[in-house]
Design a protein around this ligand. Structure first.
Ligand code: SF4
Ligand code: SF4
Ligand code: SF4
Length: 252
């Protein structure tokens, strides 16, 4: 079947998400051989204007002081079927929430917002950066959703739905969301990633579970974006074997 087209729009991010995409090694070759054409990406594709594409991965938050970024983001939205907030900066602002102007190279820039403040977003791939396999899986699942048979479409929907729900949920996330959505739901596996990721040390691990000090939390969303269980929830778990078989089959 016909491949799908994928692009990466680089806004205010550290390029770590792009490196993750390229870090797929053999997975990336297989992806590009069989499933997807990379039609737009910083340094990887020599195309200067945003083209039409099936899936656009947007890396980084959007600087409202930078007209070119705002226009590019709107253009990418208009020209893509599925727009993805790729990584924690695009989804929640992440470290760019700390930008308050006065940066040495761009002193006028101070307003960095999650991309959903500017355009509608279909799906989030959280984490900073997302792991290479997750990006590959989303690309394969997007392909199966757009080009697969009915069974493959169903599995792709089960895999992608929690990521779409993250996008619908909005671009604010705080330690309380981690409490309500993950810990209170019995989804926490005590990995400690949230505690390690919190920039203000508002989370400590106690008896193997995270404890959030709400007075310290600055609502940066980093913990929620990083927590593997904020999206890998019961919808995915219930279809786990079928989903993994579909991805494995696609990558053989
Ligand atoms: Fe860099 Fe992390 Fe932001 Fe991706 S999410 S652009 S890796 S800081
Ligand atoms: Fe950010 Fe920490 Fe609050 Fe989580 S608990 S939103 S990482 S400040
Ligand atoms: Fe639990 Fe998520 Fe924190 Fe891991 S990152 S300890 S799963 S809340």
């Amino acid at each position: 079947a016909e491949k799908i087209s994928i692009g990466e729009l680089h806004l205010s991010g550290c390029t770590g998400c792009l490196v993750t995409l390229a870090d797929n090694y053999e997975g990336l070759f297989k992806l590009l051989d069989d499933y997807a054409d990379l039609v737009y990406a910083l340094t990887l594709v020599d195309v200067r204007h945003v083209p039409e594409m099936d899936v656009c991965l947007v890396e980084g938050s959007c600087c409202l002081n930078d007209k070119i970024s705002v226009e590019e983001l709107k253009e990418a939205r208009a020209k893509s079927k599925v727009l993805v907030a790729y990584g924690a900066c695009a989804a929640y602002g992440n470290i760019t929430r700390f930008c308050r102007g006065g940066q040495w190279n761009q002193p006028g820039h101070e307003a960095f917002v999650p991309i959903s403040e500017v355009v509608d977003v279909d799906l989030y791939i959280p984490s900073c950066p997302p792991c290479p396999q997750q990006v590959r899986n989303v690309a394969v699942m997007a392909y199966l959703l757009l080009r697969g048979n009915d069974e493959q479409k169903n599995l792709a929907t089960a895999y992608l739905t929690p990521l779409m729900q993250l996008a619908q949920r909005g671009n604010e996330a705080c330690g309380c969301d981690l409490m309500y959505d993950v810990i209170n739901q019995g989804l926490c596996m005590g990995c400690g990633t949230c505690a390690g990721t919190c920039p203000v040390h508002a989370i400590t691990m106690e008896y193997g579970k995270p404890n959030v000090n709400r007075d310290l939390c600055i609502k940066c969303g980093a913990c929620y974006a990083q927590c593997p269980r904020s999206w890998f929830n019961f919808d995915v778990m219930n279809n786990y074997e079928g989903i993994m078989d579909a991805i494995k089959g696609a990558m053989q």
